[in-house]
Design a protein around this ligand. Structure first.
Ligand code: 13P
Length: 341
């Protein structure tokens, strides 16, 4: 019997667990490996991801789902075990990034629209057979002089809605990710400007999801937090939490089972502190957790450094961040716990 979308979504959002975003495209993972001076090859990508997925304590206690890039969904660990089996054995749900990236939007200088709808229905069938039970599509909205424009917000929201409908038809839970960038250029906008744009974007996205007849109970929202630009960061943890909750409450229907934030260029510890403050300080109608890429992986990537002898150190670093974020998903993280570790 096929699982109900609502049950998959609930499972992904429960028990203080969250999502590991390990779906860096081949181009993005190369940029990450460049920071440790490691060449990106199919084997080095496999070794890195195997290190993460075999961190048992992190995976079984803190991670409910892993977002994979297409190559990884079909890839095997060094001993021949498919990654999908390793993830499932840890009790987590395998997922897949299905968009084909944010491309320059014709007639909209400085803005992008995410591509990948053509042929998506067929690809989803293949991903389902390979074991994926959720998917991710990221629309990107940049704040800048005169940006964003309505035309770009609308184009991205419609693509997200069409993607979500196709996923649900294929028995796959869509993660709907409209990211308002904190680290775009110039990245000097205020937190209030981020709040205004995030509200506009989320209102548009939920209108388009409704128009596309998407079942809100069978999806997960992956939004940015409301935060000032990366080159003008000054808002306190409390202000980020308060303004984020205000915008989400104004725009996200309570029938949506879960919200899993992206980290978007925040430091690892900031991303944890913000998530914990959001969960600790407010009465929320949804489960709220993490779906972090950089904020879960950065310390592990550097501790590993591409060297076999550092696998245990890399796994300790990943486990620590996973545990800190799992505490934050329950509102129980404390800064002292970072120092203790
Ligand atoms: P970051 O947490 O590094 O922003 O990545 C999450 C993600 O999946 C972006 O699409």
């Amino acid at each position: 019997m096929t699982e109900r979308l609502q049950d998959i979504a609930q499972k992904m959002m429960s028990n203080g667990k969250g999502l590991l975003a390990a779906d860096e495209s081949t181009g993005t993972i190369k940029k990450r490996f460049d920071t440790i001076g490691l060449e990106s090859t199919e084997t080095s990508r496999r070794d890195y991801r195997e290190m993460l997925f075999r961190t048992d304590e992190a995976m079984t206690k803190c991670i409910s789902g892993v977002i994979l890039y297409e190559e990884t969904l079909f890839q095997k660990a060094a001993d021949g075990t498919p990654f999908v089996e390793i993830i499932k054995a840890a009790g987590a749900v395998p997922g897949i990034k299905v968009d084909k990236g944010a491309k320059p939007q014709t007639f909209f200088p400085g803005e992008t629209v995410t591509e990948g709808l053509d042929g998506l229905a067929d690809r989803l069938k293949t991903y389902y057979e390979a074991g994926a039970r959720f998917a991710k599509w990221r629309g990107v909205i940049a704040i800048g002089d005169g940006l964003p424009t309505w035309g770009s917000i609308k184009a991205n929201a419609q693509a997200l809605a069409r993607y979500a409908a196709l996923c649900q038809q294929a028995g796959i839970v869509p993660i709907v990710e409209p990211e308002v960038l904190m680290d775009g250029k110039p990245g000097t906008h205020s937190i209030d400007r981020c709040a205004e744009v995030t509200e506009w974007v989320l209102r548009t996205v939920f209108t388009d999801l409704y128009d596309a007849r998407v079942d809100l109970e069978g999806m997960i929202l992956k939004p940015n937090m409301v935060i000032d630009g990366k080159n003008a960061r000054k808002a306190s943890v409390e202000e980020v939490a308060e303004k984020t909750v205000k915008v989400l409450k104004a725009t996200v229907p309570s029938t949506v089972p879960g919200i899993a934030f992206l980290s978007g260029g925040q430091s690892s510890e900031e991303a944890t502190a913000h998530l914990s403050a959001i969960n600790a300080g407010y009465d929320l109608p949804w489960s709220v957790t993490f779906s972090y890429g950089r904020a879960l992986q950065e310390a592990a990537l550097h501790a590993w450094g591409g060297k076999q002898e550092n696998v245990a150190a890399g796994q300790r670093a990943f486990r620590h961040r996973a545990e800190m974020n799992s505490l934050a998903a329950r509102g129980n993280w404390k800064q002292e716990l970072e120092k203790a570790a």
